[in-house]
Ligand binder design. Sequence first.
Ligand code: GDP
Length: 195
Amino acid sequence: MKVSNAEIVISAVSQKQYPGDQLPEVALAGRSNVGKSSFINKLIHRKNLARTSSKPGKTQTLNFYKINEAFYFVDVPGYGYAKVSKKERKKWGSMMEEYFETRDTLKAVLLITDIRHEPTKDDVQMYAFLKHFDLPVIVIATKLDKVPKGKHAKHLKRTKETLQVDPEDTVIPFSTETGQGKDESWSAIRSYINN
Ligand code: GDP
């Protein structure tokens, strides 16, 4: 997809701030530092559009990016920071629940994982959480360039098995370095937003 326009519309902390124009949207979730901003920037050919801090102490927001006036990418705050307080974790959980449970225009969620490693407990929980809301999930197993070619299939299989990926969901090996998986990601996204 050729992205001619991409702009942040709002950083929301609650439902009343979500955009009301009924455009379809696709959310992006992933562990902090997994490569979520790199993924979105690669897809939309921007160097630094998604530069949101998910560090503890910073306000955690849902960032709505309007793409080509046609749909939204919604960047959700990263998870898995060990140092986050119980209170912050709870706040994050309520914000996620409010969003995933009520957002009718949400068509699918891109869950970014690191293909080098077995998905973490947090990744497994996040996937299960999304399936609990019956959301289609596209798993993006990124940093593929860091795995030797001969091991790609094995790592991909491990990602699918550990997350217990639903047969209806797609898992796409991806690399910002080589661009592998980019076209496949767009096809998957397109199939959900055009529905
Ligand atoms: P975020 O916190 O999830 O948004 O993570 P970033 O997008 O900031 O990426 C974290 C680090 O991983 C950065 O140093 C990126 O350059 C690196 N990174 C992200 N994707 C890839 C990839 O596909 N291949 C390689 N080699 N590095 C990547």
